[in-house]
Design a protein around this ligand. Structure first.
Ligand SMILES: [Fe+2]
Length: 484
C-alpha cells in the first residue's frame, strides 16, 4: 500500500494540475513478483505470456525534478499471465549511474534534457547518463532495457534483476543501439540502428539473429547532425526518415547546453528519406521532401506495385520536444499535437507518391500486431485524445484504424483515467486475432490497472481489469512475449 507520506507528496505536487499529474508526482515503488487481484471480467484462457513495459519511473530526487521527461530513470513493469494466476513485478534498471545517484540520493549526471550540477568543466567529455527508460526487447533468455543514446542493459526475464550492459556480441563502446528494433515475424531476425555523432555522423545498422546476437553491420551516412528515433521495416527495405533537426555540437561539448536544447529546428533542410536494402544493408536511394517531424512509425510494407507504404505520427515541427519537457511539471503548456499520416514512396525513383492524414485527432504510440511487422497490417492502434482536449491533457482513448482506411473505432476511458501505449498480444493459434493490453492510471482512485481488450472489438470495453499494487508512472514503450 502507498505510504501516507507518498500520498501527501502526491497531493502537494498535483495541486492545481490535471488529474494525470498524480501518476508522476512521486517516484515509482518497486514491487513483486506479486499475484494481481482481478477487479472485473475474466482473463482469456489462451492469453499466456508476459507484458513488459518501460518508462521513466523516477523523475525526482530530494524534491529536485529532472528537466525533461526523457531523463527519468528507467523502471520496468512485467505482468505475467500464467496457467492459473497473473503476477506482476516492477524494478528499476540498475545502471552504474543510477546506482551512484541512489547511493548519494542526488542527480549527478547530464542527460538528454538536463545538465549535471557543478562547474561546467566537470561536464567536458562526460557521456550522458544511460537512463535505460525507453523500451524493451524480449529475447529468448533475457530482457533488454533500451535507450537510444547508449547500450542496452540485460535483465532477468522473470525477476527483472539487472545483469549489466549487453553488447549483443557486436557493439563496441562507442556504438549506440536505439530503442525501436524491428523483428521480422517470419525469420525472427532483428533489425535496429544507432545514430553515431562525430566527424562522420552516420546510422550504424544492425541485423541480429533471433537470439539477439549481431551478425551484420553497416554504416549509412546522415545528412547532418540530426536525431532519428525510429524507423520502419517495409518488405525488402528499411526506411529512415531524417527530420530537419541539426545539433549545435559546440555548446553541447562545452557543457553549456543539453542535447535537447542544442537541437535546432531548421525546416529549410527538408526531411530526408533514406531507403536501405535490408538483406545487403546497402542504401537504395535517398531524397528530400517537405519538412516535418516524427517520433514513431506504426508500420511499413511493400504493396503489390512495389511501392513502400509507411504509417507515422506527423508533427509540423519540433515543438513536441518542448511539450515533452514540460510533462515533468505536470502542466505542459506548449501546443504540440501529432496526427496519423500515411506516406507512399517509390523506392526506385525516390519520389513521394502520396502523403495524407489518416486520423485527425492528436495521437501517439502507433502499434500493430507483431505478426504483421513489415507487412500490410489488418489495423493500426493509436493512443489518442478525445476531441477538443486542452494542451495540458494526456491521452484518454485508444483507437483501432482499419487497414489503409480512415475508418476507426475508439475506446474512451472514464473521466480521470489515462491509458499508456497499447501492446498487441497475438492469439496463439488464431490468425489475425489477439488482445490489446494497456496499463491505465485512474486518477480518481490513485491506482494503476492492467486492462485487456479484444483487439478486434476494442469498443466493447475491457475483457478483464487487474489491480496493480502501486501507481505506475506514465511510460513509453513495451512488448509482449508469448509463453513457450
Ligand atoms: Fe519511442
Amino acid at each position: 500500500m502507498p505510504t501516507q507520506t507518498s500520498d501527501v507528496r502526491r497531493d502537494r505536487f498535483a495541486q492545481g494540475k490535471p488529474v494525470w499529474a498524480r501518476a508522476i508526482a512521486t517516484p515509482a515503488t518497486e514491487f513483486g513478483p506479486i499475484a494481481l487481484h482481478l477487479i472485473s471480467g475474466q482473463i482469456p484462457a489462451d492469453l499466456k505470456g508476459t507484458l513488459y513495459r518501460n518508462g521513466p519511473g523516477r523523475l525526482s530526487r530530494q524534491g529536485q525534478r529532472v528537466d525533461h521527461w526523457f531523463d527519468g530513470d528507467g523502471g520496468i513493469l512485467a505482468v505475467r499471465f500464467d496457467q492459473d494466476k497473473t503476477t506482476a513485478c516492477y524494478r528499476y534498471v540498475q545502471t552504474p549511474e543510477f546506482q551512484l545517484e541512489e547511493e548519494q540520493d542526488q542527480f549527478l549526471h547530464s542527460g538528454y534534457g538536463q545538465l549535471a550540477p557543478g562547474p561546467i568543466w566537470r561536464r567536458w567529455g562526460v557521456p550522458p547518463k544511460n537512463v535505460a527508460n525507453t523500451s524493451v526487447l524480449a529475447l529468448p533468455d533475457k530482457l533488454l532495457a533500451l535507450w537510444e543514446g547508449g547500450q542496452p542493459h540485460a535483465l532477468d526475464l522473470i525477476t527483472l534483476e539487472t545483469q549489466g550492459p549487453d553488447l549483443l556480441s557486436g557493439l563496441s563502446p562507442k556504438l549506440t543501439y536505439s530503442a525501436h528494433p524491428k523483428q521480422d515475424p517470419q525469420t525472427g531476425n532483428i533489425y535496429n540502428f544507432g545514430v553515431i555523432f562525430g566527424a562522420k555522423t552516420h546510422l550504424q545498422l544492425y541485423r541480429s539473429h533471433p537470439s539477439g546476437k549481431i551478425e551484420q553491420q553497416a554504416a549509412i551516412p546522415l545528412p547532418g547532425l540530426s536525431m532519428v528515433h525510429d524507423f520502419a521495416l517495409a518488405g525488402r527495405y528499411l526506411v529512415f526518415v531524417v527530420p530537419p533537426l541539426r545539433l549545435q555540437m559546440l555548446p553541447m561539448l562545452l557543457g553549456t547546453q543539453s542535447l535537447s536544447d542544442a537541437l535546432q529546428w531548421q525546416p529549410h533542410h527538408g526531411t530526408q528519406i533514406i531507403v536501405v536494402d535490408r538483406e545487403a544493408l546497402k542504401e537504395v536511394t535517398r531524397f528530400d521532401t517537405d519538412p516535418w517531424f516524427q517520433w514513431h512509425f506504426g508500420n511499413g510494407y511493400e504493396n503489390t506495385s512495389g511501392e513502400i507504404v509507411l504509417d507515422y505520427i506527423r508533427y509540423p515541427d519540433f515543438q513536441t520536444n518542448q511539450w515533452l519537457q514540460e510533462v515533468v511539471t505536470g502542466h505542459p503548456q506548449t501546443p504540440a499535437s501529432g496526427t496519423l499520416w500515411q506516406l507512399r514512396i517509390n523506392p526506385q525513383t525516390g519520389q513521394v507518391l502520396s502523403n495524407d492524414q489518416r486520423f485527425a485527432l492528436g495521437c501517439e504510440f502507433p502499434v500493430i500486431s507483431p505478426m504483421e511487422t513489415g507487412q500490410r497490417a489488418e489495423a493500426i492502434y493509436v493512443t489518442h485524445q478525445s476531441t477538443d482536449r486542452p494542451t495540458e491533457e494526456m491521452f484518454d482513448c485508444i483507437a483501432r484504424i482499419e487497414g489503409d482506411a480512415k475508418t476507426s473505432t475508439s475506446m474512451e476511458f472514464s473521466q480521470g483515467c489515462y491509458p499508456m501505449e497499447a501492446i498487441y498480444a497475438p492469439h496463439p493459434t488464431r490468425d489475425n486475432q489477439g488482445w490489446l493490453i494497456t496499463v491505465v492510471f485512474d486518477g480518481n482512485q490513485d491506482q494503476s490497472t492492467v486492462q485487456i481488450f479484444s483487439a478486434q472489438q476494442l469498443e466493447a470495453g475491457p475483457i478483464a481489469v487487474l489491480a496493480l499494487p502501486e501507481v505506475i508512472p506514465f511510460g513509453f514503450h513495451g512488448t509482449w512475449q508469448s509463453a513457450g
